[in-house]
Design a protein around this ligand. Structure first.
Ligand code: GDP
Ligand code: IMO
Ligand code: MG
Length: 425
């Protein structure tokens, strides 16, 4: 069978974790293909809430393979904490969790380099999650990285050589006082390494292709979002991996023709955490209202998320880059109490309206809006599309017409149960 991919179409935090958990019963295996603990994927199941950073969001279903692919960067310290919090729910992780030997390790010095680099940038900082993502991918591309498969032999020696180079960079290039910070976290990091060794390290590209050949179904779980992609996002305010559909091919070792459905997930409005352009951002009480009703605070860092209206120029760009086949609309309930809702359908740049995502999103880009009536209805209790207010149907129809794609899921609350499958009769 082909591999289906689910990925974010905005600046991350679209609700990927929730939807992967909802879709897992249909699949044999769930696999993360890029990113690392910069991701925070929230699952709400009955009365408990879990944020996952490294482990795929299928982990709460029995007998499903959960694979951390080669494209992921893994911090053993974060990983250990995560497995400990999941174990509390009586989940036997050693049975179903597999880790690619080719996944790169985030070293403590990568995190210090992330902090040093951000501090050196000052006002032009990226607003990184400080999880060591950029420096780890830099080492990967620079052919200096350490991988999970390296843990098997002479690891201490490899670790010393690598961190020595990092220490010199911290001292000589960044003039960064790292010694105490490194001492504080190195012991915990090595405890994480020991915890990691209890898991199955696999040649994940063989594993995934065998699953495909055995007619098993695989769902690839993206992290971040298309507008944070290293190539196509709002560079340089992006993450350091390919968050797009092509990233599933390189991050798992699957051929492009093995990709099946591409599920594009978006919020009914828009958010961003960290620095960088955001044409539809709202700085007024409407933005604050979105933040309050959507509880828009980062799942990884707790930072308030910047909020604004849905941006169809950006959404259509993301759809194009990823070859999206179906859309999932999240957090419609956050708009329950708005008289009118704005949607950006074009950008005005130097007096001209364009509908193509430009090279640079600077302050000259002004959103052009259409205004649609709000539904003024509590969506969180709804269980079927038959109960949808007319204004919500109009909102969905409008997005479907603009994008030319069906919206097949509407999420109306954070809980697993608050998910409505649409047939759009
Ligand atoms: P991810 O990174 O894409 O997995 O998304 P996050 O977990 O970082 O952020 C999404 C947030 O919205 C989480 O707190 C979810 O529990 C919550 N959420 C997901 N879907 C819905 C929804 O339909 N309505 C509301 N109100 N919250 C949602
Ligand atoms: P999920 O998977 C939202 C943002 C950071 C920063 C930029 C670079 O939960 O959707 P990095 O630490 O990757 O070097 O930070 O990217 N960022 C995210 N924003 N959701 C995420 O992941 C993010 N991962 C990184 O805020 O602006
Ligand atoms: Mg998140």
């Amino acid at each position: 069978m082909k591999v289906d991919v689910i990925l974010g179409l905005q600046w991350g935090d679209e609700g990927k974790g929730k939807i992967v958990d909802v879709l897992t019963p249909k699949y044999d295996a769930i696999s993360r293909f890029q990113g690392g603990p910069n991701a925070g994927h929230t699952l709400e199941i009955n009365d408990f809430k879990q944020v996952l950073h490294t482990i795929p969001s299928g982990i709460f279903h029995e007998n499903k393979i959960n694979l951390i692919g080669n494209g992921v960067v893994l911090d053993p310290m974060v990983f250990k904490k995560e497995i400990e919090s999941i174990k509390k729910h009586n989940i036997d992780l050693t049975k179903n969790l597999y880790i690619s030997k080719k996944a790169h390790l985030i070293l403590p010095t990568h995190k210090l380099l992330d902090a040093a680099s951000e501090a050196a940038k000052g006002e032009t900082k990226i607003g990184s999650t400080l999880k060591g993502i950029g420096p780890t991918y830099k080492d990967k591309i620079g052919r200096d990285g350490l991988r999970v498969g390296d843990l098997v032999e002479n690891f201490e020696e490899k670790y010393k050589t690598r961190t020595q180079a990092h220490k010199e960079m911290l001292e000589k290039f960044f003039n960064f006082d790292y010694k105490q910070m490194l001492e504080d976290c190195e012991k915990e990091w090595f405890e994480g390494i020991e915890a990691l060794k209890a898991f199955k390290f696999v040649d994940s590209e063989h594993m995934v292709n065998e699953l495909i050949n055995d007619e098993k179904s695989v769902l690839a779980e993206g992290a971040q979002g298309t507008l944070l992609d290293i190539d196509f996002g709002s560079y340089p305010f992006v993450t350091s991996s390919n968050t797009i559909c092509a990233g599933a091919c390189t991050g798992l070792g699957i051929a492009p023709q093995k990709i099946g459905s591409v599920f594009g997930i978006f919020k009914a409005y828009c958010t961003r955490v960290g620095m960088g352009p955001f044409p539809t951002e709202l700085f007024d009480e409407t933005g604050q209202k979105l933040r309050d009703s959507g509880n828009e605070y980062g799942s990884t860092t707790g930072r308030p998320r910047r909020c604004g209206w849905l941006d169809l120029v950006a959404l259509k760009y993301s759809i194009m880059i990823n070859g999206v086949t179906e859309l999932f609309m999240m957090k419609g309930d956050v708009l329950d109490d708005f008289d009118t809702i704005k949607v950006c359908v074009g950008y005005e740049i130097d007096g001209e309206v364009v509908d193509k995502f430009p090279f640079e999103l600077n302050d000259d880009v002004k959103p052009v809006y259409v205004e649609l009536p709000g539904w003024k209805t509590d969506l969180t209790k709804l269980t079927s599309e038959d109960e949808f207010p007319e204004e919500l149907n109009n909102y969905i129809n409008f997005i479907e017409d603009e994008t030319g794609l069906p919206i097949t899921i509407a999420s109306v609350g954070p809980n697993r149960a608050q998910t409505i499958l649409l047939e759009r009769k």
